[in-house]
Structures are given as structure tokens and as C-alpha cells.
Design a protein around this ligand. Structure first.
Ligand SMILES: C[S@@+](CC[C@H](N)C(=O)[O-])C[C@H]1O[C@@H](n2cnc3c(N)ncnc32)[C@H](O)[C@@H]1O
Length: 285
């Protein structure tokens, strides 16, 4: 990407430069994850490139890259919201069995708990957790996925649906003693894993229980895995029903990786590796 240091950009220009829609930029401003540098008297947003870089001599492209990856992911899931749950309806016994095992575990773990759900998407797992939890605050960064989740009428039960960034869980109100983040972990850049887990554990507190599930890598399923020179993250190209394509950050983990990552933060870490999915649960240390 071409880069001009110190350049002031209006929202439309910044949108063109980063490939992020104006609507998404407004939304990011509203929820506080990507604020413009200035507002004109008329209220127009102005983006100043240097504000997204650290004030060192070298521009910090890593920071800006992470912002762009996060924004791209949100755009993809927002546009996929209406068709998202097709992924759970695949006519494949092994997948259905894996999903059922996860559901059973969720019902066991979250019974009578005050649960925080992170990156809930369209609320597929929310529906299961809400059957047993005392109270459930369920969050996602994408308004569109929450609109789908609301169609399930979960709010009439014990569910509170809110927009929130998985990296800013401190902004969510409430008392929780359990958390669920399904199919989110694989989308976290490796450089942000510790930030995410520490933020989650801090928000809940010692003794609370955490559950996460995600995909096991199966060659040939869901497209080719893309590695990039000098990058620790991997990617997949995803295509929506309308033909739009997105390159999405998607990392896969083996049992030992999960042990190494979560072991240091947890007591009693339990790991299940199935044919299609892995799932873990632990108590916060
Ligand atoms: C693979 S989907 C998982 C949805 C749901 N948990 C499930 O298992 O069906 C990943 C979700 O992460 C959300 N997401 C992306 N970036 C996020 C962020 N920074 N904070 C919170 N949610 C985010 C997306 O909008 C999307 O709904």
C-alpha cells in the first residue's frame, strides 16, 4: 500500500486508502476502536495517518496492518451474517456429532452461571447457553451479526445482546463467572493472543470458567491455507454466496499448541480434539 506520512484524509479518502467502507469507519468511531484524529466544525471526520502509527522514526506498519486485518474481518462477517449458519447445517455426520458434543459440554459448564459470550456472531451457541445460564451477556463487534442473533428472540429469555470488541472487554458492564468464545480464537493474530486471554481473564476474575471451541485443520476443507513470507499468521480465502471474496486470518492449533498457550493462564485445563473441532475449558488462575 502506498503511504504518505502526515497526510490528512477525509473519511472517503481514508476508506479508499484502507479498503474499509465509510459505514464501517463510522461504526468503528462510534464503538471507539478506530477514532478519527479530528472532527471539523461541521462534524466531518479527518484521519491523520500518523495517528495510526507509533511516534517512532520508523512507521509502525504492524499496528496499522492489525487494524486493517480487524476491519476486514468485521466487514466479512457483517456481509456473511445472513448466510453464516449454513456452516452448521452441513450434511455431514462427523461435523453434526462434533457440534452436538460441544452443545452438551456448554449445557454442563454454563448451568446457572453469569456468562459473557465473546464474538457471538449470529447467536448459534447463544441459544444453547441461554437454556441453562442464569444470565448471558452476548457480544460481537458486528452490528449485522447481532441483527441476525436478535431474530432468535433470545432477549425475551435471559440474554442481553451488545456490540463489543473482544480486545476491550473492560468496556462491558456486568458481573460474570464464566465466558464462552466459540470459533473466534482462530481469527486472533498470534501477536494479540496474550492480550486477548489476559483481557478476558482479567474481566472475569480468578476462579471463573472459560470455554472455547474452534476448527481442526482438515486439508482440502474450506479452501487452501495461505502462508505469507515473514508472517506468523495464516489465511484463507472465503467466498460469499454473491461471489465476493475475502482473505481472512485463520490460524489452526494442535493439542500441544493449546497446552502451551492456555496452560500458563489456567488451572485444570481440559482439551478435546475431535475430527472437525477442538474445544477447551479451564478455570482462570
Ligand atoms: C467465526 S465467527 C464466530 C461466531 C460465533 N461465535 C459462532 O461460533 O458461530 C467470528 C465472529 O467474530 C466477530 N468478530 C470479529 N472481530 C471481532 C472483534 N474484534 N471483537 C468481537 N467480535 C469480533 C465476527 O463479527 C464474527 O461474528
Amino acid at each position: 500500500m502506498e503511504h504518505e506520512v502526515n497526510k490528512l484524509l477525509k473519511t472517503g479518502e481514508f476508506a479508499k486508502y484502507t479498503g474499509v467502507s465509510i459505514r464501517t469507519l463510522r461504526h468503528y468511531d462510534e464503538i471507539g476502536i478506530l477514532k478519527p484524529s479530528h472532527r471539523t466544525e461541521m462534524g466531518h471526520r479527518i484521519y491523520y495517518f500518523d495517528d495510526f502509527l507509533e511516534n517512532d522514526v520508523e512507521p509502525n506498519w504492524k499496528v496499522l496492518n492489525n487494524v486493517i486485518k480487524a476491519v476486514n474481518m468485521e466487514k466479512y462477517y457483517s456481509n456473511r451474517a445472513g448466510e453464516y449458519e449454513n456452516v452448521y447445517n452441513r450434511n455431514n455426520n462427523t461435523r453434526q456429532q462434533g457440534q452436538n458434543e460441544i452443545k452438551e459440554k456448554l449445557k454442563e459448564i454454563f448451568r446457572n452461571k453469569n456468562v459473557l459470550e465473546v464474538a457471538c456472531g449470529t447467536g448459534y451457541w447463544t441459544e444453547i447457553i441461554s437454556q441453562v445460564a442464569a444470565k448471558l451477556t452476548t457480544t460481537d463487534i458486528s452490528e449485522e451479526t447481532l441483527i441476525e442473533a436478535r431474530k432468535k428472540k433470545l432477549e425475551y429469555r435471559n440474554v442481553d445482546l451488545k456490540i463489543a470488541d473482544a480486545y476491550r472487554l473492560d468496556k462491558i458492564e456486568g458481573e460474570f463467572n464464566a465466558a464462552c468464545a466459540n470459533f473466534w480464537f482462530s481469527h486472533i493474530p498470534k501477536s494479540r493472543i496474550v492480550e486477548f486471554i489476559e483481557g478476558l481473564n482479567k474481566r472475569l476474575g480468578k476462579g471463573s470458567i472459560v470455554f472455547m471451541a474452534d476448527n481442526v485443520y482438515i486439508p482440502g476443507i474450506g479452501g487452501e491455507l495461505i502462508s505469507k513470507h515473514d508472517e506468523e499468521d495464516t489465511y484463507k480465502v472465503r467466498e460469499l454466496l454473491n461471489g465476493d471474496k475475502y482473505e481472512i486470518l485463520k490460524n489452526y492449533y494442535l493439542e500441544d499448541d493449546l497446552k502451551n498457550i492456555f496452560g500458563q493462564f489456567s488451572d485444570n485445563l481440559q482439551i478435546k480434539i475431535g475430527s472437525c473441532f477442538w474445544w477447551i475449558w479451564y478455570t482462570i488462575k
